[in-house]
Structures are given as C-alpha cells and as structure tokens.
Write a protein that binds this ligand. Structure first.
Ligand SMILES: [Ca+2]
Ligand SMILES: [Ca+2]
Ligand SMILES: [Ca+2]
Ligand SMILES: [Ca+2]
Ligand SMILES: [Zn+2]
Length: 627
C-alpha cells in the first residue's frame, strides 16, 4: 500500500517546500507586466511564500491579465534541463499544492539508498470514488541512466492540470480516470547519473560483488582528469595497434581491416584498478538490472544476468508491486525507458509464446496509432524488436496483473533527421551526416560542440601516456535538450491516448415489460466504447483479474437471466447458468467497443438497480421501475 508521509519525510518536505514556494513566487512575479511588479505586491507575494502549506503561490497570479497570445500558466515550469530526485520532489510538492483538488502526493516507500519513490495521484473525487475508475500507471527511469521519462511524467501532470479548464478532452480524461505517476522508480541510479560522471548508472544501488572477489562495488570507473566525463582511453602504439583515426574526422576511431595494422589501441573507459586485482572498472556500484527482477518469466543469473536472487528482491520493484497488487483497478501502464525510438510490448522472450489473438489486436491498434503519433518510433514485441528479456516489468504486469502496458524507448536520431532531404543525405556515404559523422555534425552545429570532449593527453597510472576523450553522458541516450518539448509532448499524447482507451463501462439503456401480474421482463444494456476489454484474454487464462460482477438490488426475485444475443430480433437468450443470479460473475469480462444487454425475468415491485462492476473498467448502475 501507499504510505502516508512520516514526520521525518514531512520535515524534509517542509524544508524543500519553502525553497519550492519561493521559486514559485519568484516565477509569478517575473510574469507580471513590469508596471504591476510593485514593491507592495512583491511583499505580499513574499509573505505568501513564507507561510508554507497555507497560502497558495498562485494567488498573486490570479490578479494578472495575460499579456501574450496565450493565457498565463498557473505554474511557469520550464522543461529544458534534467532534474535530480530532490528537484523532482520539489516540483511534485509544488504541483500538489497548486492543484490540491486533483493531486495527492505520496511515497511508495524508500529506495535502497533512502530516496522516496514519489507518486502523484491525479483524481477528481467529484466524479466518483477512485476504485470505481480505471487507473493509468505511468512510471519512468527504472534504468537509472534513462532519465528523460521522469520529465515526460512531470510534464504530463503539469499539462493535465494546466489544461483541465481549457481543453474539453483533458477535462474528460481527468474526470473519467485515475492516474498514478511515478517519475523515477530508480532514484538512486538517477542521482548517481546526474550528480556523477554518468557511467554505470543503469543499475540500482543494492551492493553486488560483480567479479566474485568478496568485495562489493570496489572498482567503479574513475573520472581521473576531473572534467565530469568518463571518457574513452586510447594509446598511441605506432604500427602495432588495431585502430586508426578516421581520415575524414580524426575524432573517430575505426578498426583496421584483416591483415592491417593501425597506430592506436582502445583501452576501455576512464578508470584505474582501484583494488589492485589487475582489472580496471570490473565492479561498479550495484551491478544488476532492475528490469529483470519481476515475477513473470524470472530466470536465475546464469540464464538472465542481473536478475538478482529471487523475484521482487529489490526494494523498489517490491514497493511498486505491493501498490499494484493493492490497486487492481490499474488497467493501463507506460514504463518510459530510453533509447532507440520504440513502442515495446511483451512478451520479453520467444519461449513465452504469443499473446492471445484478441489481446494482440488491442496492442496492435494502440501500437500502430503510436507509430503515427511518434514519428521515428517503431512498434515492436520486445524479444523480436529489441532483445530477449526475462523477468521484465511489463511482462509481469501483463501476465500477472492483467494490465495492458508499453515501454516507450524515448529518443532516437530520427528527431534530427526530420526531413526527406536529411534522410537521403544520411543514407549517402559521402555526406557530412552519414553514419557516425552525423552525430558529430549535429553536435558541432546545433549544440556548438558542447557534448563532445576532444582527445587530450593524459598520464595514466597503469597505462602510461594515453589520450582520453569522447561523449558526455547527456549525449547519445538522452535527447538534446532543445528537442525535449517535442519528445515529451508526443510521448505524453500517446500515453494519454492509451489511457483513454482503457475500458470504461457506461449505462446504455433499460426497458421493462410486464409479462403478467408482478412478473416483469427487464433488459439492461451496458457499453464499453473504448478499445481495451475489462479483462484481457491472458488475464482470464491466468485468472489474475477478478471476474466482472453484475449484481441486482431491489425487492425482486430473479427467475432467469441471460444475455440477449440480438436486441433487434426475438430469440433465445444465452441463459446464464449460475446459482446466484443476483450476483452474476462474468469471467471473460466485457469486450472493447461493445454494448451487451442482459435480460432478467423477475417477480417483484418497486425499483430494481442493476450494477456492472468491472475491476478495471469502473462501476456503473442503472435503475428501473417495475410497472
Ligand atoms: Ca568485487
Ligand atoms: Ca574524465
Ligand atoms: Ca580492480
Ligand atoms: Ca575486484
Ligand atoms: Zn531501459
């Protein structure tokens, strides 16, 4: 279950919130037309900022009129830098305070390193209880170095709130659904990536002895020249090497052909032999894969490296799974990773077989829509399009929890090559943007060379005179910051469309016909006009989602009940052969984009209420009068 925030966390939150509030108030003042930014108003704003938890930082903003073409934002957040765990927490606290009617901030628990797994719940209580609505789970950053999904997640919260009163479809989605948004589920790895040189940040931080020498995490990469970058090492060995400099761009190293020799050898990434065992960088922090520790098709280390000793051993995956098990109304899921421009679904391994045909149809329609909303992205099955994954999270969530989920692999270079001209040049070996040259070209001209460190001499304790150089951590897997808005928005839009296609049970009409005396024939129709069924076929096969329940309340005795096969012609019912007809179990759930009508023959009087309760599709009731 979700934990309420303990007093220690609360104190830390208050301290951070003061910072966040001041930041928010400053933003508000900065938005004012110059003439309105009077000292008096600034003082009022500062006063509001000082009383944490009471005054809303947006109060001053309500008095302003927009000065540009657009209405003012309530929170003028920027989206062009990468945020660490503390900054993520501050933004979430600020948003929770700004939109308290919709947002609830909680922590699912602590990471191994003691960082909160912050979760934002978006829910409008005025439109019904949360457990009677389908919920969308959005998470990111299970791999610590795959950072940008956290910003997509924050952007999603912000966008839904900013536009609730402005865009009818946003309002509708917020009113119909619950969103659980966890921007980073590996905060230890994230901070290690952002605060350090970025190397070895994929893992979580439970210590693992990667080289079996009895020492844990004793030999990570080292930033020897203290420039904040883990570079490549090359050594000049004239006539004895297996690499040479590329004649077109000497920054690039190319392997020599068979029978040739080069002048350089590559010696791996920047580091030394910290523990004197003769190996360099052989046992970094952690050293496992948090996305191999889940309960479906989990395999031991000798089959699936990095899986740990048993499923859900890791505190982060355990905390998330505990919450999901306790909240079976979660029907859709997005787990943002990077990189490569992919919309991935399970299964992770070929030996798991294929999904049932009806489930594939659902996934395919979502994925193919995603390919249109996300240019340069391809919709793939994990094992076929990426590589084999045993014990991955979305396999567990599909097979073990009945949730329709995707992993979007955020960012690929296609976002650079976004015209037919550039695409044709990219394919032309002689063009300056062909292959590896393209990455350098776009860095040189669009980021002014910021992301590349030129080769430079270095005196290495073990290797002697070498050169070091290469790409910074924010290049390659992470998109250039100037392309963030497009990436964030398109991925959010796809995920919201996915959320919009979660099952939504709705009333679809009733009829009553007196047969004789106090005996009535009652028809009640229910509709799910969205793509996803209330129970996937795989979930039904695995018996992991509670059957839908059609229950009757009222002063009636049910004689028979059955599904109407065709509402337009009289004919036999598909009779329901269950003993408790006032509580019918629908094991196969309600399909997508379908209306179904149930017919009861009842004896009774007064009113009769029929409720359709789908764990993942919401609860809906219709009442008829027997007369
Ligand atoms: Ca070791
Ligand atoms: Ca360095
Ligand atoms: Ca070593
Ligand atoms: Ca060692
Ligand atoms: Zn990943």
């Amino acid at each position: 279950m979700t934990t309420t925030i303990d007093s220690g966390a609360l104190q830390r939150m208050r301290a951070r919130l003061r910072t966040a509030l001041v930041g928010g108030a400053l933003t508000a003042v900065a938005n004012l037309p110059a003439a309105a930014a009077t000292p008096a108003l600034a003082a009022v704003t500062a006063l509001a900022a000082a009383s944490a938890f009471t005054a809303a930082p947006v109060a001053a903003q309500d008095q302003m009129t927009g000065v540009g073409s657009d209405p003012e934002h309530r929170l003028d957040m920027t989206w062009d830098r990468w945020l660490d765990h503390e900054e993520i927490g501050e933004r979430m606290q600020l948003m929770a305070r700004t939109w308290p009617n919709f947002l609830t901030l909680s922590s699912l628990g602590d990471s191994y390193g003691g960082r909160e797994l912050w979760m934002m719940t978006i829910h409008n209580p005025d439109t019904g209880p949360a457990e009677e609505k389908a919920a969308m789970w959005i998470e990111a950053n299970i791999h610590g170095n795959e950072i940008q999904g956290a910003e997509v997640s924050l952007y999603t919260i912000w966008y839904l709130m900013e536009n609730y009163d402005r865009i009818a479809n946003v309002k509708r989605m917020v009113d119909e659904r619950v969103f659980y948004i966890v921007p980073t589920i590996n905060p230890d790895g994230r901070d290690y990536f952002l605060h350090g040189a970025g190397s070895g940040a994929r893992t979580g931080h439970v210590p693992v002895d990667s080289d079996g020498d009895g020492l844990f995490d004793e030999d990570p990469a080292n930033d020897l020249n203290r420039n904040g970058v883990i570079e490549q090492i090359r050594k000049y060995v004239p006539g004895e090497g297996n690499y040479r400099e590329d004649p077109r761009d000497p920054r690039l190293m190319v392997p020599v052909g068979p029978g040739e020799t080069g002048d350089w050898i590559l010696l791996g990434f920047e580091g030394i032999d910290d523990d004197g065992d003769g190996l360099v960088n052989e046992d970094p922090v952690g050293g496992y894969d948090p996305n191999r520790n889940w309960g479906s098709d989990w395999q031991p280390n000798y089959i699936q490296g990095g899986s740990m000793n048993y499923p859900f051993e890791l505190p982060e995956s355990r905390a998330i799974n505990d919450f999901m098990m306790a909240n079976p109304h979660i029907a859709g899921l997005q787990s943002y990773h990077n990189t490569g421009g992919m919309i991935l679904r399970g299964p992770g391994a070929a030996w798991q077989g294929t999904y049932p045909r009806a489930d594939i149809r659902v996934y395919d329609e979502l994925g193919e829509q995603g390919e249109r909303m996300l240019p340069y992205y391809n919709y793939y099955v994990i094992w076929r399009g990426l590589y084999t994954v045993h014990g991955g999270s979305i396999d567990w969530q599909n097979d073990g929890l009945g949730i329709v989920g995707f992993s979007n692999e955020l960012w690929n270079g296609g976002q650079y090559f976004n015209s037919p001209l550039l695409q044709s040049q990219q394919a032309d070996d002689d063009s300056p943007i062909a292959g590896q040259y393209g990455r350098l070209y776009f860095d040189d001209f669009l980021e002014f060379g910021d992301q590349y460190v030129e080769w430079a001499p270095f005196d290495h304790p073990q290797y002697g005179e070498v050169e070091m150089g290469g790409w910074k951590k924010t290049s390659g897997r992470v998109n250039p910051r100037f392309l963030s808005m497009e990436l964030f928005h398109r991925n959010m839009a796809f995920t919201l469309w996915h959320a919009d296609q979660m099952p939504l049970m709705q009333p679809a009409g009733t009829s009553v016909e007196r047969v004789s005396g106090d005996v009535y024939r009652v028809r009640v129709a229910f509709r799910n006009d969205r793509l996803i069924p209330t129970i996937t076929v795989r979930a039904q096969q695995n018996a992991v989602v509670r059957p839908d329940i059609v229950s009757v309340d009222g002063n009636v005795e049910i004689i028979t009940a059955g599904w109407v096969e065709n509402v337009h012609v009289d004919g036999p019912l598909d009779r329901i052969d269950q003993t408790e007809l006032d509580r019918i179990l629908v094991r196969s759930g309600h399909p997508g984009r379908t209306t179904r009508t149930i017919e009861y023959l009842v004896r009774g009087s007064g009113s009769m209420t029929v409720e359709y309760d789908a764990v993942k599709g919401g609860t809906v009731r219709q009442t008829v009068q027997l007369r």
